[in-house]
Design a protein around this ligand. Sequence first.
Ligand code: ATP
Length: 360
Amino acid sequence: MGQLNINRVQKFFGQFEVLKSVDLEVREGEFVVFVGPSGCGKSTLLRMIAGLEDTTRGDIVIDGVRVNDLPPVRRGIAMVFQSYALYPHMTVFENIAFPLRVEGMEEGKLRQKVEDAARILHLEQRLEQKPGMLSGGQRQRVAIGRAIVREPKIFLFDEPLSNLDAALRADMRIELAKLHKRLKATMIYVTHDQVEAMTMADRIVVMNAGGIAQTGAPLELYHKPANLFVAGFIGNPKMNFMPVTCVSASPDGVVIDYAGQRMTVPVEPRPGMEGQNLTLGIRPEHIDLAGGDITLTVRPTVIERLGAETVAYASLDGERENFCATLSGSVGIRAEEPLTLGIRAADCHLFDADGEAFER
Ligand code: ATP
């Protein structure tokens, strides 16, 4: 069990519409990650599922039961917060056991459940310690342990790893992915971190300005972003966007013109598109020095040498660094010197004036 349906859900804080009629289905056992810019409403949506915020309109349904009016403890969910929310004066054991004590669970059964959770989370040796003696990663494990013992239908995670350093975050990502496999529970996870989203999610929900911009498997969003927003949000460094004009539709795609050069982008043409201003998208990692269907010469202002790769930043409009190419680590390029780069039509994305992608 652990199926969630969000039907036409809206949220107002006073006059301010934070969520605009959101529809979403999360299947039993799915690991779904909400991503989006700060303020887009992801935490609010998570808190509404948890019952920590009320729902202005629409229905939140868990396993066929509308839970809008149920208090958090009766929804069959458990939430893990960024701040861990542990009790500093209690031992790890008592912190994990806390929800079971509140339920009034019998001691033997309680001990068994806490010990099982501790084993899964490698906390067996820490049960008698206080949270103050633990590292950030261990504290977060205790918080997860407290969620596990409740055997919720749905786990909700609100940026659980953002207080940890990069190496520990990478370890915890793997731990959480293993935990999901082991428990087979439905998990909904809010993060700012694209790597967390791309590596852990079965499905990513990209939110923007109180709505859902696109949902899809991580690589589906990477390869087939539905609009400019998702194209720019998924991928790091972000996709480059270049203004182009549509010359004509052809059986092989859409012929575009960029600064006097033409190429056919293999996307579905639409009727009457000749002469329209469009946006061409190309990911930095798909640009190289070895020629392409069109080329452009830039003078990089900043070059970052990361070892495995070299990232060159340049300006196409003479104002800001709005163009970026990820090249091989061994490439011998210099700032301010002309650099000719190739773009292949097959790697390009094309967007209309409303920012909607043409079907690939
Ligand atoms: P972040 O990634 O920064 O946490 P978020 O996408 O999780 O952002 P929310 O915390 O859901 O965003 O907030 C969405 C919007 O609702 C923001 O503009 C925020 O200021 C507003 N908001 C959140 N909580 C309240 C509240 N209790 N009262 C009024 N406005 C609120």
